[in-house]
Design a protein around this ligand. Structure first.
Ligand code: NAG
Ligand code: NAG
Length: 344
């Protein structure tokens, strides 16, 4: 029912755990309970993505605390290990070894790291940075490193994906389809950036183009083979004209497109997903996964499920409706059952 590297959980144990939830040890045994909140003790860590290499889980996040990219790690995430509280910068901006020529230092959002297992085993980091030529617009670049911890290198003279007049391309996420072995990148058209910040900045600005787009690449993670194709759009005022942070995963014949919706800075932010039987869509059957009030969280978003381990990382506002107070890193495990996702 899940991926080959993820041991299936006997249904009988799930049912037992559900009715004996008061027993934490059994629950942990059965569901590998990794729900944890604010694991970096109040440090700002937005838009996380994770990858596990050699038993160590690495999480990457948006620029913060003077770091172009923030990185923390956990030597034993599966067994309630602890997160490094000292953040590192795997993609420094000081040309060691190389930061993009087109990108502005320390404006880097929502990094996502894939290992190119089907290429040369190197690591590819998709990131969004403000254009030097137009600071209102972020576009997507690709940095590479031979080791997961970096330093990542990107000596490109132009972004990988940059629909500048539409507002740019952000929140890119890589995906290797386990059935076809083909590689993809999904991202968001950042319409609000071309429209004064959009509806979330002022309700007089409606900027409907937050299309989630898909391209297929060569196994190098860069060279475009097909697309872009528009997979999904916001639902107007119900989404505050904004969806973002797309991630695609596959389980048991179903493609799951996870995304955040609402206003990043407020309690309206949520995590949802839609499903399809073909990676190019059509995607539908929208379901809410996380919202304000769940486990006492405010504005959860920026979620990234990892297929190899079942790890799930996301952020939430530290304070109600106050992004200025920062966004905390939270963790869980995820599993797919048919067309539905459960967190534990
Ligand atoms: C980074 O890219 C630059 C420019 O292409 C190159 O000279 C340098 O060797 C690269 N460094 C690493 C560590 O790959
Ligand atoms: C948003 O912009 C992209 C890039 O220009 C375009 O391909 C897409 O069709 C637009 N989406 C909508 C809903 O118009």
């Amino acid at each position: 029912m899940f991926f080959s590297t993820f041991a299936p959980i006997p249904l009988s144990l799930i049912a037992l755990a559900a009715i004996t939830d008061a027993s934490p040890s059994l629950h942990q045994l059965a569901l590998r309970d990794t729900m944890a909140y604010n694991v970096l003790d109040g440090q700002n860590f937005p838009d996380p993505s994770s990858i596990t290499i050699g038993g160590v889980t690495y999480v990457f996040g948006t620029t913060t605390a003077g770091l172009n990219i923030a990185m923390t790690k956990n030597k034993n995430f599966d067994d309630s290990g602890t997160w490094d509280q000292t953040l590192e910068d795997p993609f420094p901006t000081d040309n060691v070894p190389a930061y993009s020529n087109w990108a502005t230092a320390d404006t880097t959002w929502a990094p996502d790291v894939s290992q190119l297992t089907d290429y040369d085993g190197s690591f590819a980091m998709y990131y969004a940075a403000a254009l030097k030529s137009n600071s209102a617009v972020h576009c997507t670049g690709l940095a590479r490193s031979g080791t997961v911890t970096g330093p990542y290198n990107d000596s490109s003279t132009e972004p990988m994906i940059c629909p500048e007049s539409a507002g740019g391309a952000i929140d890119a996420s890589g995906f290797l389809d386990p059935t076809s072995k083909l590689r993809y990148v999904v991202y968001k058209i950042d319409g609000p950036a071309a429209n004064n910040g959009g509806y979330c900045a002022s309700t007089s600005y409606t900027s409907p183009n937050t299309s989630l787009m898909l391209i297929q690449t060569e196994s190098d993670g860069y060279t475009r083979v097909a697309g872009p194709v528009n997979l999904y759009n916001n639902d107007g005022v119900a989404d505050s004209y904004n969806i973002e942070a797309p991630v695609i995963r596959y389980s048991g014949g179903t493609y799951f497109l996870f995304f955040s919706s609402g206003c990043t800075s407020s309690n309206s932010y949520t995590v949802s997903y839609v499903t399809a039987t073909n990676i190019w869509g059509p995607y539908g059957d929208r379901k809410l996964l996380l919202g304000t009030g769940d486990d006492g969280l405010y504005g959860p978003g920026g979620a990234t499920p990892d297929s190899a381990t079942g790890n799930f990382v996301y952020h939430s506002l530290e304070q109600s409706n106050n992004i200025g107070a920062g966004r905390q890193l939270n963790t869980a495990s995820w599993a797919a059952n048919g067309d539905s996702i459960t967190l534990s």
